[in-house]
Design a protein around this ligand. Sequence first.
Ligand code: AHM
Ligand code: MG
Length: 334
Amino acid sequence: MVTQTKTLGEFIIENQEYFKYSSGELSRLINSIRLAAKVVNHEVNKAGLVDIIGAAGDTNIQGEHQQKLDVYANTKFIQTMTKRNIVCGIASEEEDDFIAVNSQDENHQNKYVVLIDPLDGSSNIDVNVSVGTIFSIYRRVTPVGTPVTIADFLQKGNQQVAAGYIVYGTSTMLVYTTGHGVNGFTLNPAIGTFYLSHPDMQFPEDGKIYSVNEGNYIHFPQGIKNYIKYCQMEEGDRPYTSRYIGSLVSDFHRNMIKGGIYLYPKSSKMYEGKLRLLYECNPLAYIAEQANGKASDGFTRILDIEPTELHQRVPFICGSKNMVEKAEEFMKDA
Ligand code: AHM
Ligand code: MG
């Protein structure tokens, strides 16, 4: 048997021609994310040794101040992406405002903006549960040659040119799309190379897994309550299985492979929901649609929502197409 061993680097070069603007910049940008992912992965893997080598806030043996992992990941991704002349601005969950990145000649020639959640689910690190990075890439809408503005970041998700995530799990994977399907790459940590392990990933049309923080049930809208009861009902292929890691990337990743639905609805405690539109929901919604899945806020397609602010929250229902449509029916009828 001949096993294919295509690396992420090879895949990026081979698929460059599919990019709408194939100047090579987007490929270089994804390459820089690949590099930062490996550095962050190395640090995340050492997290369990924190008591031995020093907790966040301590000073390590070299006299350097130990950083919290989410701060570390934020710094590494920003540093790596700003070193190349590709990105004109970055927005991050860790930063209150967007960061304007000047090209070396300071002529504002860079064309792309990136929105990123550098380490999502970071509260899970202490208990050795998977965490992830989520990123979203757009072309700027303001003219090249002028400073980047908030308008470059507040674009609808349907304008994304690429999106992806890294899951730091039992193995580390990078999954991304540039609008031509979704491909997953697994890191071989021994040699630091990502290999194509999951070509053309697809959500099964139907699934049997529902993922929601049921502890909040009492605060959910009636439509969501009714849908959860439907999932638990003995009928046909139901009751479904409940699986909730509480780490968005991991829950999404499992549901894409096995078939399932993820719900983070609004509640009487969180009126807008919890998850962030621009760097959590939009990128995962784009990946879901590219993988034959669906993403909605219960009524509207996530990718069609008009953003109004950088850290905006939205209700998020995402996963296998038929399951999301069923949940939307319950929302409409409630
Ligand atoms: P974070 O961005 O502060 O890490 O929060 C996002 C995380 C997601 O990974 C996860 O799906 C969700 O919060 C879990 O929230 P809850 O604990 O309320 O169920
Ligand atoms: Mg987050």
